[in-house]
Design a binder for this molecule. Structure first.
Ligand SMILES: *Cc1c(COP(=O)(O)O)cnc(C)c1O
Length: 394
């Protein structure tokens, strides 16, 4: 049972906010003609492209699909290496490995948990193709520095912006900071489509290839003319003929989900404002607790506050603190076990100790509940619980 002795509902670390307009938007698509590959997909992409400050947006079925499609679009192939942060969801790395790439993990900045450029620079080899930043907890990575490194070493700069849609870096939106950016619309992310994701880019080729990868590599129209033998000339003129010129998968996102996404984007600013207000409330109330580090935001950045991650100064106390918070009905979480510590990566030859800052960060981290629907009363419950657990175990 909980410390307080009564069963208050568990406050998850993150969850969606769905209103009547969202429901109505979905119902309208269900009553219409296009359940998939219709106008809602294009409208959602246009809105993402505008908000993310990128010429193209390619909406797909998940953030993982977005990473996979983007890696394929850059031509990542066996023998190519990419460098990313271990403080991320596994998909940032696994999608690249499934595409045949080799992943190297750079250590992170001790304050933000974002990839550290000097550590990344030390891993560059002649086979390195791309640098993949992850905007941990919604705080954009240090893009000016990463851009310089990418230019000097002739690397593609990519961003896994799954945490950070709506954030800005020196006034520029996430979506416009790298050569291409992936987003996720899982229910815990800034806006949701249930499951969904997107690739944002100014690069025409990446957009084209990601779009093709999303749909089995299928090419239609004037570009689909590479075969000639056995094709009646009239077939080209009729609409049945298409060619598969590269491999792809079905990563399409239905109109049903894009309608939800479009409706959610109407409230993007309100969602971000609420997350910021809650983060400020936590900081105000918890900032003085000794032995507990609060997240901070660089002055040239506006965070999307996907997560509010506190860190216990004494590593050995983290699990007791975490368990106590869970016992009081907080659905706290740890983001993340450094990716290479998962057994599958050990089997691939990765070893503990590779990124000591990331390992230390992860060993001390606890993500508190943070989402737009969290009320002031909920937030005060979180604050009370953290203060109680702090007194008890820190
Ligand atoms: C959520 C997330 C993903 C994967 O997105 P899905 O939509 O769940 O496939 C990838 N990277 C990061 C950093 C994420 O947080």
């Amino acid at each position: 049972m909980s410390d307080s002795g009564h069963a208050l509902p568990v406050l998850p670390y993150g969850t969606q906010s769905i209103d009547d307009a969202d429901i109505e938007a979905v119902v309208q698509v269900l009553r219409g003609r296009w359940l998939t590959t219709g106008p809602a997909v294009e409208a959602f992409e246009a809105a993402l492209s505008r908000l993310g400050g990128a010429r193209h947006a390619v909406a797909v079925s998940s953030g993982t699909a977005a990473l996979h499609a983007l890696y394929a679009a850059t031509g990542l192939a066996p023998g190519d290496e990419l460098i990313t942060s271990p403080l991320t969801f596994v998909a940032t790395a696994s999608a690249a490995i499934l595409q045949g790439g080799t992943v190297k993990f750079a250590d992170v900045d001790a304050t933000t948990g974002n990839i550290e450029a000097r550590s990344a620079a030390g891993l560059v080899t002649p086979r390195t193709k791309a640098l993949v930043a992850v905007d941990y907890a919604g705080h954009p990575a240090e893009y000016d520095v990463l851009r310089t490194l990418a230019r000097e070493r002739d690397l593609i700069l990519l961003a896994d912006g799954a945490h950070a849609f709506g954030a800005t870096y020196r006034g520029r939106p996430v979506g416009s900071l790298a050569d291409a950016t992936t987003l996720s619309f899982h229910p815990v992310k800034t806006v949701t489509t249930g499951e969904g994701g997107a690739v944002l880019t100014d690069n025409d080729d990446y957009a084209d290839r990601a779009r093709r990868f999303r749909n089995h590599g299928i090419v239609r129209g004037p570009q689909a003319r590479t075969r000639s033998e056995g094709i009646a000339a009239t077939a080209y003129a009729t609409t049945w003929y298409y060619e598969v010129q590269s491999l792809g998968l079905n990563y399409r996102i239905p109109d049903i989900l894009c309608a939800l996404g479009l409706s959610q984007l109407e409230r993007l600013d309100a969602f971000l404002a609420r997350r910021r207000a809650l983060a400020a409330r936590y900081r105000q109330a918890l900032g003085d607790l000794p032995g507990l580090e609060q997240p901070s935001v660089a002055s040239h950045v506006s965070s999307a506050w996907h997560l509010y991650v506190v860190r216990v100064r004494e590593r050995a106390r983290r699990d007791a603190f975490f368990t106590r918070l869970r016992s009081m009905g907080l659905g706290v979480q740890v983001h993340y076990l450094p990716v290479y510590l998962h057994p599958v990566f050990a089997a691939l030859g990765y070893r503990a100790g590779a990124c000591p800052v990331a390992e230390d960060f992860a060993a001390r981290a606890v993500s508190l509940p943070l989402y737009p629907a969290l009320t002031d009363a909920d937030a005060d419950r979180v604050i009370d619980a953290v203060q109680t657990a702090h007194r008890a175990v820190l």
